[in-house]
Design a protein around this ligand. Structure first.
Ligand code: UGA
Ligand code: MN
Length: 263
């Protein structure tokens, strides 16, 4: 009988082929911090191959965030860098140093890993709301992908305007002159682009309010090159929610509780 050569079965490890999604989250100590991080972890835990880079705006890692990371149930890297005092003023961009620390970690880590590891980077502020579908969309980013963001810019949403599969403009009500009129939550970048543009960072010098995204994106891409996601940018899969400041008017200064509780 003729021997039939049966090819070996294809490896059935679909997850191993998925590009890793790196989410860089700047975070700072305030009464709602643990609640925000809990909400985020509950989302991120459901996403395959997500690596969370949490960057504390602090001179040292806090106990609260350290404990949280240890129990988060997903791969985490916990970094910290303080924002210099002179930059902690209303009207100035936030989290510049923290996002740059995340970028530096990512670039450094991939000096030691085999080249061509597929990956996607995304800036995930700790107070936004992320649908799981968003991660499916960004996972296929080749260079830089974009999508609408809900509840931002003084409108129900902002979005890239797409014609024939290309971004040709921006639907926005705020500073329409921005080269990339998009919120931090509205784009993802492939790891390859991050590694091949080692100098691309967020800049303090000369940066105006609302221009951080444009200043960063123009270092690595062009509007023509952007890849529209979320059904040609017609679906809102992330919301720029903001958490109201907590009322602590009745928090005691004396006669404290008999136990010390982390909130
Ligand atoms: C908007 C944009 O959506 C942000 O991406 C941008 O960083 C920010 O403006 C800005 O002003 O630079 P907004 O909701 O106004 O966002 O800002 P926050 O959510 O208060 O801060 C953005 C991120 O930075 C959050 O993850 C927050 O935890 C972190 N942050 C904020 C710090 O790490 N330190 C701070 O002192 C303040
Ligand atoms: Mn926010």
């Amino acid at each position: 009988p003729a021997s039939v050569r049966v090819p070996p079965p294809a490896p059935r490890r679909p997850e191993a082929a998925l590009p890793t999604i790196y989410a860089i989250t700047p975070t700072y100590s305030r009464p709602v911090q643990k609640a925000e991080l809990t909400r985020l972890a509950n989302t991120f835990r459901q996403v395959a191959r997500l690596h969370w880079i949490l960057v504390e705006d602090a001179a040292a890692r806090s106990e609260l965030v350290s404990r949280f990371v240890a129990g988060a149930g997903l791969p985490c890297t916990h970094l910290h860098v303080p924002t210099p005092r002179r930059y902690k003023r209303p009207g100035l961009p936030r989290a510049t140093e923290q996002r740059n620390a995340g970028l530096a970690w990512l670039r450094q880590r991939h000096q030691h890993l085999p080249p061509q590891q597929p990956g996607v980077l995304f800036f995930a502020d700790d107070d936004n709301t992320y649908s799981l579908e968003l991660f499916q969309e960004m996972r296929t980013t080749r260079k830089v992908s974009v999508w609408p963001v809900g509840l931002v810019g003084g409108r129900r949403y902002e979005r890239p305007v797409v014609e024939n599969g290309k971004v040709v403009g921006w639907y926005t009500g705020w500073r329409a002159d921005r080269p990339f009129a998009i919120d931090m939550a509205g784009f993802a970048v492939s790891l390859q682009v991050i590694l091949s543009h080692p100098k691309a960072v967020f800049k303090r010098r000369g940066s105006q309010p609302g221009m951080q995204e444009s200043d960063f994106l123009k270092q690595i891409t062009t509007v023509e090159e952007l890849e529209p996601k979320a059904n040609n940018c017609t679906k809102v899969l992330v919301w720029h929610t903001r958490t109201e400041k907590v009322n602590l008017a009745n928090e005691p200064k004396y006669h404290l509780d008999t136990v010390n509780i982390e909130v």
